[in-house]
Design a protein around this ligand. Structure first.
Ligand SMILES: [Fe+2]
Length: 172
């Protein structure tokens, strides 16, 4: 396997305010995400593959790219979901109820779209399913802004979803 590199955010650190603060984005990108990349590379130097750090790096890159600055009426393209409100409720519930650290994920599978949860960064055994929209609900993703109110963080996330990126992932 090749070494990973820390990729820049596709926007400024403060671009997601007020939904996610500059401070959180700085810590999240420069410490947590970069930590997964660096620890994966260190393990590789020692002849080991660290799935935890690899998946942590990959999931954060998927996450950065499916966000953008907040927009009013930030809705998916017409027809992406049969019932958007139903999907929104399902995805939000998945995010709010992840136990401990993890992710809410919209998967593209051979059988269609599916909402699920990932505990920590456990991407093993997905049989080719592809994450098209992810939300990080580890405490490091929101605690400085929302304290223990994960529900408000999840509600505000809908303002900053980059639906063009999600639509592109669905097409590819
Ligand atoms: Fe994270």
């Amino acid at each position: 396997m090749n070494k990973l590199t820390v990729k820049d955010l596709p926007y400024a650190y403060d671009a997601l305010e007020p939904v996610i603060s500059k401070k959180i984005m700085e810590l999240h990108h420069d410490k947590h995400y970069a930590g997964y990349v660096n620890n994966f590379n260190l393990a590789l130097d020692a002849g080991k593959i660290s799935s935890f750090n690899y998946n942590g790096a990959v999931m954060h890159e998927v996450f950065w790219e499916n966000m953008r600055p907040a927009q009013e009426n930030n809705l998916p393209p017409e027809g992406m979901f049969e019932d958007f409100e139903k999907f929104k409720a399902e995805f939000s519930a998945a995010a709010v109820t992840v136990e401990g650290s993890g992710w809410a994920v919209l998967w593209k599978t051979e059988a269609g779209l599916a909402v699920g949860q990932l505990e920590k960064h456990n991407l093993l055994g997905l049989n080719g399913a592809k994450p098209v929209l992810v939300l990080d609900v580890w405490e490091h993703a929101y605690y400085l802004d929302y304290l223990n109110d994960r529900k408000s963080y999840v509600e505000n996330f809908w303002k900053i979803i980059n639906w063009e990126v999600v639509a592109g992932r669905l097409r590819s």
